[in-house]
Design a protein. Structure first.
Ligand code: GLV
Length: 303
């Protein structure tokens, strides 16, 4: 079994000694492949065009948490996303920061600061403020736990509606009720055919008036024109976006200068090299032992 590594050289430098210590062959870069048949695992963000070059490929591992950028896998090739506690903790941190920033009206205060204006506004309590998290996977659950610990009244939404201890989770048919209670809405959903364009005008209309949006899912889930309309109409008060469509937004896009929006350049998480390597080694081990691949993606579902 050999793993072909197609990512950044500085990451390769961290991975190599860990693979050596584990006795797993790791090849860096396609140019270094002498026997394509030896490659059983491939780590990359975007895979090379022709995966059929590797006839014994078993698993492609995305270096990140998302896999929506991946092409369909050849027959028999499994797809995994990187499972790393650091990714989950980083996104949790970004989500908590963004939630607090919107809750405490930082977009308004940042605007006032730019104008040299000292003006207070009513100070809201976190306790009892209703937060809704769309996407109750590992990251959603971690964010829910922290926000609950701060006193927010947290509910979740997931397609399955699977129960999570201590959090009311709405399922597929509960979206309207979930939105109706979400004063701060957090999107952590994966991009799938179902979630593409999900956040549009009719979606925003179901939120309480003056709701706030925290978006760390994927840019293509958000209709930016509908966001602007909802902000202009007062249906939404503010938004914090770590993802946009396209990334980056064009230089002259209205959102750059909109004082109600804070944008970060898709930085909620970045896979820690050591944790990424440990996950990849666990995948190779699972392949060897015939056990469940950690982070295995259901390719029909898309996440
Ligand atoms: C980032 O968005 C990732 O998928 O890791």
């Amino acid at each position: 079994m050999a793993l072909l590594f197609l990512s950044m050289p500085e990451r390769a430098a961290v991975w190599q000694p860990l693979f050596e210590a584990a006795g797993v062959e790791m090849i860096v870069g396609e140019a270094a492949v002498t026997d394509p048949a030896a490659i059983t695992h491939l780590v990359c963000w975007v895979p090379p065009q022709d995966l059929r070059r590797y006839p014994n490929l078993q698993v492609v591992i995305s270096t990140g948490a998302g896999v929506d950028h991946m092409p369909p896998m050849p027959e028999g090739v499994q797809l995994a996303r990187t499972l790393a506690p650091g990714i989950e903790e980083m996104v949790r941190d970004w989500v908590v920061m963004a939630t607090l920033m919107l809750h405490r009206e930082m977009p308004i205060y940042l605007g006032q600061q730019r104008e040299g204006r000292w003006q207070n506004r009513p100070v809201p309590l976190a306790r009892g403020t209703r937060v809704g998290i769309m996407g109750m996977g590992r990251i959603g659950q971690l964010a829910a736990e922290t926000l609950r610990g701060m006193g927010f009244d947290v509910a979740g939404w997931s397609r399955s509606g699977r129960a999570v201890a201590g959090v009311e989770v709405f399922g597929a048919t509960g979206m309207e009720d979930f939105l109706a209670r979400s004063e701060i809405l957090i999107c952590l959903l994966p991009l799938t055919a179902e979630t593409r364009g999900l956040m549009d005008a009719s979606f925003f209309a179901k939120l309480p008036q003056g709701a706030k949006l925290v978006h760390a899912g994927r840019g293509a889930q958000l209709d930016m024109a509908a966001l602007k309309e909802a902000l202009d109409a007062g249906q939404l008060a503010s938004a914090m976006l770590d993802v946009t469509d396209p990334e980056p937004l064009p230089e002259d896009h209205w959102a750059w200068d909109d004082p109600r929006i804070v944008i970060t350049p898709h930085v909620a998480a970045s896979t820690d090299a050591r944790e990424g390597a440990q996950h990849a080694l666990a995948v190779v081990r699972a392949s060897r032992e015939g056990t469940e691949i950690p982070g295995l993606v259901d390719q029909t579902r898309g996440y």
